[in-house]
Structure formats: C-alpha cells, structure tokens
Ligand binder design. Structure first.
Ligand SMILES: [Zn+2]
Length: 284
C-alpha cells in the first residue's frame, strides 16, 4: 500500500529528473529556475520524510491523502526525549528506603497501657436457641490486629469440632456492652490484674467472672509443646477459657500419646499427651 509520505518521495524523484532534461535543451535562466524548483521540491518533500517524521507537521502533510500513515508516524515520538531526563534526575534523589527507620521486628506484648479497646463488629449466631454473646477486647498498644483476632476467635467457637457440637450453645459476636462474655487479649501485666484473685504469673491465661483473659504473650508465641503450631494453640486457648465459662473444670492426661483433653492445662505441659485444641476430640 502506498502511504502519503512515500507518494511524496516519488514526486520528488520525478521533479529531479525533469530538471536534468531541461538543462540540456534550454538556456541558463530556465535551468536555474527548474533546478531551484527541484531543490525547493526536494526540501519541501524531504522535510516530512526525514526531520519531520516524528512531528505533528509531518503527520499533517503526509497523512492528508492516507489516514493510515498517521499511526507509524506518531507512535515513537516522546521516548527519546523522556529517557535522558529520567536518567539524569533519578540518581539525584535519595533512595526512600535509606531514609526510613527500619521497622521493629519484635511485636509488643509486654508494654502495658492498661487500657482495653473493643474490636468493633458482629458475627451472627448460627441459631437463635441458647445464644451466648461475646465481645472481643484488646489492650491498646499490643501488636495484634483486632479484626484478625476476632475472626480467629469466632472461627474457633463455631468450628464443627468446637463446643457448639456438644454443648447447648450458639456463639454470637457483638461489640455491645451487654455481651454475656468478654474475651480479652492483654499483656502479661494486665492479664495478671484482670485474673485476680487467680495467679497467672505473667505466663498463663484465665477465666474470671465474665472475663476470658488470653495472655497476648501466649497468643503470639504459644508454648514449646505445640511445636510451632501457633494457630492450633490459639484454638486451644479460646476453647479452654471459654470452656470454663460454660462450666467445665480441669481435666488431665490419662493416656499417653493420645489427644490431651481441651480442659487440661496444656500450657503447663502435656503430661505425655498430644496437643489438642478441640473439645470433641478425646482419647479413645
Ligand atoms: Zn483452665
């Protein structure tokens, strides 16, 4: 296909040849005028083809008779101008990563503010009968994500292996003040205060009155007996303390290498049993 630009180039060659023929048969004035026309024609035609290839002017001249010519002419235009500018200015700016302070790699579970904040949100009970509402509270300043903690707690309480399967209860999460149960994540310092008169020694968790107090240190690091399975230990922690709220007392490991009862104080040790977070899973 012939584009507008190549069409103009063809015209220029015809004009040059015409100039040479005129010089042989005519006098100087004609020769000069024809040559001048040829040169002028060359200049006019060569401009869009060479220097003006990437300019808007070239597009206007060349594209008049053939709109398809505008695409290859326009596409590469800005690149050669922008690239050297970026290369020149970028190294002059300090790298942002060098000016930022490194993030603390150790989450806070020990610095106690003593102030609790309710995690807002609701999660409806699966049934209306035997509904037990609970509220999640986290000590301010502790390195825990409230919605994530609340989600783990609700998943644990409504898990098919959980209390709902064997106990007449349906857990519903609320953020209202009249919740039946408060599930609290707190530093060891505040845990010890909220658990009084029980002695939690800065290490363990408790349930007192309407409070299930989960030690944030245990929530983050679990215990060695769980072999790094922090998620399973969190399930245990929730089910154990809420089990107390449902009226269940402590039990012990009665057969080694079988699942530990959820109401065993597994944080203190497993007594030869295997880690277990679920009330429906028992030694057989
Ligand atoms: Zn207990």
């Amino acid at each position: 296909m012939t584009t507008g630009r190549t069409g103009q180039q063809a015209d220029a060659r015809v004009r040059k040849r015409g100039g040479r023929h005129s010089r042989k048969k005519s006098h100087k004035a004609q020769w000069f005028s024809v040559t001048a026309l040829a040169v002028l024609g060359t200049v006019v035609v060569m401009h869009p083809d060479a220097a003006g290839r990437r300019s808007l002017a070239a597009e206007v001249i060349a594209g008049t008779n053939a709109p398809a010519a505008s695409t290859p002419v326009a596409t590469p235009a800005p690149a050669p101008i922008a690239t050297p500018t970026q290369k020149f200015t970028t190294p002059l700016r300090p790298a942002p990563s060098l000016t930022r302070k490194p993030k603390s790699s150790k989450p806070n579970v020990t610095v106690s503010t003593g102030r609790l904040a309710v995690v807002p949100g609701f999660a409806k009970a699966s049934g209306v009968k035997d509904k037990l509402t609970y509220r999640v509270e986290i000590e301010q300043g502790v390195s825990l994500n409230g919605p994530a903690v609340a989600a783990i707690i609700h998943q644990t309480l409504t898990d098919p292996r959980g209390w709902q399967a064997i106990h007449p209860v349906n857990f519903e999460r609320t953020d209202k003040v009249d919740a039946d149960l408060r599930i609290i994540l707190a530093t060891p310092t505040l845990t010890d205060k909220l658990c009084l008169p029980l002695d939690t020694g800065g290490e363990v968790s408790c349930r007192v009155d309407d409070r299930a107090v989960l030690n944030a240190k245990r929530w983050l690091y679990a215990v060695p007996a769980y072999g790094g399975n922090v998620a399973l230990y969190r399930n245990y922690l929730v089910n154990h303390e809420v089990g107390h709220a449902l009226g269940h007392g402590h039990s012990t490991c009665t057969q080694a290498k079988t699942p530990a009862p959820v109401m065993m104080q597994q944080t203190m040790g497993l007594g030869g049993c295997l880690p277990n977070a679920w009330p429906t899973i028992k030694a057989t």
